[in-house]
Ligand binder design. Structure first.
Ligand SMILES: *[C@@H]1O[C@H](CO)[C@@H](O)[C@H](O)[C@H]1NC(C)=O
Ligand SMILES: *[C@@H]1O[C@H](CO)[C@@H](O)[C@H](O)[C@H]1NC(C)=O
Ligand SMILES: *[C@@H]1O[C@H](CO)[C@@H](O)[C@H](O)[C@H]1NC(C)=O
Ligand SMILES: *[C@@H]1O[C@H](CO)[C@@H](O)[C@H](O)[C@H]1NC(C)=O
Ligand SMILES: *[C@@H]1O[C@H](CO)[C@@H](O)[C@H](O)[C@H]1NC(C)=O
Ligand SMILES: *[C@@H]1O[C@H](CO)[C@@H](O)[C@H](O)[C@H]1NC(C)=O
Ligand SMILES: *[C@@H]1O[C@H](CO)[C@@H](O)[C@H](O)[C@H]1NC(C)=O
Ligand SMILES: *[C@@H]1O[C@H](CO)[C@@H](O)[C@H](O)[C@H]1NC(C)=O
Ligand SMILES: *[C@@H]1O[C@H](CO)[C@@H](O)[C@H](O)[C@H]1NC(C)=O
Ligand SMILES: *[C@@H]1O[C@H](CO)[C@@H](O)[C@H](O)[C@H]1NC(C)=O
Ligand SMILES: *[C@@H]1O[C@H](CO)[C@@H](O)[C@H](O)[C@H]1NC(C)=O
Ligand SMILES: *[C@@H]1O[C@H](CO)[C@@H](O)[C@H](O)[C@H]1NC(C)=O
Ligand SMILES: [Cu+2]
Length: 571
């Protein structure tokens, strides 16, 4: 074959030079992540937390669209760890994706693992976090992806270049060691203890006892536009966020631009990122920004506190700041309408410079129920009469002890099954007031769904009211997907697709399936590998609201998974 295709050497050189010119902005960047135990004081008590490079939140990675990052992860802590690059598609390279026992075995104490993070069309904000047990509570940080100016006019942004940009990371703080919280709820079979505080860039803010000085402050000049890169890294909670006296303009989510959306508050799911423009157009003063929970499950305890940070205008040195800055209005904690009213308004930018590519001819139509369940309590270990669990299509996912990717690549049998169902095994009134309790117990399994390369996939994620209906922020690795529709009640396969948005649906990697409702997503399976899908509320993930896709290789050399790196952590 090769002898048939005679390409003069100068043409090849020319191609290489041209390619490197077109991509001259893209580069390879190196980082070292040292995972270690570090003492931190919050809410007047000190404990050791897992950090990266001693920082909480962890270091921000600044990159340009299309860059590749090499991160050498060195585990100096006493726990197993893995790191996931949330929302980075990693074309053909699931080896560095990170979920424990899905694409790799954990990096054990004292070991190193060099991860290659391949960016492609992502632009905006993503983040990285630990993906083993609950260590992501403190092991997380922002990934800021600037436009590659070579490919665009002006600044590269589809809006005027902001004066400055600032990651704003929400997370959750427990006074107790997160390992104890995790082990305890695993043992007792109940809900985990709720957190003691939410934080903004690691600080709880003024409204908690004993935390006057623990406040994140953002100092701004009047009359400018700032790009705030909001990231919800909370372990368990969807949040509302707002800034007193200021409107926000949403311009992106999950590293994809949106049509500008003016709003007084946002709803942000764990796993999701939202980019907003903030115009400092108010009288120079101090204003609170605040976040608190959106929690829709009845009878489930939650952290009902409010975290704040301070937006401080640079004011003359003679002016004293106000003693009582205004707090923003936030929707009530169970205001589902306010939550979906915001989320349902997101639209892809979908213009000439940022076209969309929504699959219209679907080859693989899937329906997955997402449910909270119970198992009988085998031992007397449980606190309640049953052990809480969760499932997708009535299968409660069990993590294998060898990672699925390795088993798939090396044809090792007995690690996983390929029988994840394309639809719920039983059709019932998913969102009924009181579904019969005999439906509550799922099966255990490690099942994947195999899809052909290039197939066009639609998944309807259907929430159920088994045990307790609630919102489920579902996250897919390896892909972004178009959210083409959503609604309350049971998905109607005749009527509901008629209302799909195929013109400018938002492109996301995490979608909150509304309480007792559904969401429909679409993507083209052109990234071969093993890709995890799960609820980003960590108790649900731990209980088994997970599954994985195997996307098969295509024909051409660019349609095959890359070979594994020379070193993968062993099991
Ligand atoms: C969880 O909460 C219970 C009840 O308040 C308490 O007894 C227990 O010590 C807590 N456990 C952890 C790990 O915080
Ligand atoms: C949560 O806090 C709000 C006030 O911020 C209060 O009105 C509400 O009753 C609280 N809900 C619960 C369940 O504690
Ligand atoms: C406040 O004082 C500092 C130090 O003297 C100076 O650098 C700064 O420019 C002053 N700020 C304003 C807004 O006048
Ligand atoms: C929200 O909670 C309040 C009590 O805190 C309750 O009266 C109201 O019915 C709840 N709303 C919804 C939509 O569940
Ligand atoms: C939803 O948003 C629109 C416009 O932003 C507003 O007029 C309407 O009152 C909102 N509805 C609810 C239920 O919050
Ligand atoms: C849709 O896909 C099927 C099967 O792949 C193909 O036969 C058909 O021509 C496609 N239709 C359109 C409109 O592209
Ligand atoms: C129940 O007890 C058996 C025997 O002690 C143990 O192997 C098993 O892990 C326990 N199961 C749970 C869920 O704790
Ligand atoms: C696994 O099986 C496939 C198909 O039979 C084969 O092409 C491949 O070489 C096998 N891989 C290994 C590592 O044995
Ligand atoms: C399903 O349950 C909901 C809530 O109770 C009810 O409104 C609806 O009519 C039920 N649907 C069917 C088909 O029975
Ligand atoms: C799930 O499967 C179990 C075991 O077969 C069955 O008892 C239960 O009713 C099923 N539940 C649903 C919702 O399909
Ligand atoms: C996959 O789709 C791409 C783009 O449409 C096409 O170029 C390629 O040939 C397809 N590959 C396979 C194996 O279908
Ligand atoms: C750490 O990972 C190794 C390798 O998979 C495993 O054998 C061991 O049980 C893990 N340790 C803990 C505490 O989970
Ligand atoms: Cu969930």
């Amino acid at each position: 074959m090769w002898s048939m295709v005679k390409v003069p050497v100068f043409q090849i050189l020319g191609f290489i030079l041209l390619s490197s010119f077109l991509h001259s902005q893209a580069s390879v960047r190196h980082h070292t992540f040292v995972v270690e135990d570090t003492p931190y004081t919050r809410l007047c008590s000190t404990k050791n937390i897992l950090t990266v490079n001693g920082q909480f939140p962890g270091p921000t990675l600044y990159v340009k669209k299309g860059d590749t990052i090499i991160v050498d992860v060195y585990n100096k802590a006493n726990y197993n760890i893995t790191i996931h690059w949330h929302g980075v598609k990693q074309p053909r390279n699931p080896w560095s994706d990170g979920p424990e026992y899905i694409t790799q075995c954990p990096i054990r104490s004292g070991e190193r693992f060099s991860q290659k993070i391949i960016l492609s069309d992502e632009e905006g904000t993503l983040w990285w976090h630990a993906h083993s047990d609950w260590s992501r509570a403190t092991v997380h940080g922002a990934v800021v992806i600037y436009p590659n100016q070579n490919h665009n006019k002006g600044s590269g942004y589809p809006f005027p270049k902001p004066h400055a940009d600032v990651p704003i990371i929400f997370s959750e703080w427990w006074k107790k060691d997160i390992v104890e919280v995790y082990n305890e709820f695993q043992r007792t079979g109940t809900d985990p203890n709720i957190s003691d505080a939410y934080t903004i860039n690691g600080q709880p803010g003024h409204l908690y006892p004993c935390s006057k000085s623990d406040t994140y402050k953002l100092t701004v000049d009047q009359g400018k536009t700032y790009l705030l890169r909001l990231i919800n890294a909370a372990v368990e909670d969807i949040l509302f966020f707002a800034i007193a006296n200021h409107q926000l303009t949403v311009v992106g989510t999950d590293s994809s631009y949106t049509k500008p959306l003016k709003t007084d508050y946002i709803t942000i799911s764990p796993g999701q990122t939202i980019d907003v423009l903030l115009e400092t157009n108010q009288p120079p003063s101090h204003y609170y920004m605040a976040a608190r929970v959106y929690s829709s499950a009845e009878g489930v305890d939650f952290d009902n506190t409010t975290t704040t940070a301070m937006l401080q205008y640079n004011i003359g040195n003679n002016t004293t700041p106000p003693s009582n800055p205004p707090l923003p209005y936030l929707p009530f904690y169970n205001d589902t309408k306010a939550s979906v009213n915001f989320t349902g308004k997101l639209r892809s930018l979908a213009n000439e410079d940022h076209p969309i590519d929504v699959p219209v001819n679907i080859s693989s139509k899937l329906i997955f129920t997402v449910s909270v369940n119970t198992f009988p309590c085998e031992n007397d270990s449980c606190l309640g009469p049953t052990r809480l669990s969760a499932s997708m299509n009535n299968i409660s996912f069990s993590l294998p002890s060898t990672d699925i990717l390795k088993a798939y690549y090396n044809n090792i049998s007995g690690v996983y099954g390929s029988q994840f169902p394309s639809k719920p095994p039983l059709v019932f009134n998913f969102t009924a007031e009181d579904p019969p309790t005999y439906l509550n117990t799922p099966k255990k399994g490690t099942e994947v769904r195999v899809v052909e390369y290039n197939s066009t996939v639609e998944i309807v994620l259907q929430g159920t009211n088994l045990l307790a209906g609630t919102d489920h922020p579902m996250h897919l690795h390896g892909y972004s997907f178009y959210v083409v529709g959503w609604g309350f009640g049971n998905f109607d396969k005749e009527k509901d697709p008629l209302g799909y948005n195929l013109v400018d649906p938002p492109l996301q990697n995490t979608i909150a399936v509304p309480k007792n409702g559904w969401a429909a997503i679409r993507f083209k399976a052109n990234n071969p590998g093993v890709w995890f899908m799960h609820c980003h509320l960590d108790r649900h993930q731990t209980w088994g609201m997970d599954m994985a896709f195997i996307v098969k290789n295509g024909q051409g050399p660019d349609e095959q998974m890359l070979p594994p790196p020379s070193y993968m952590p062993p099991c």
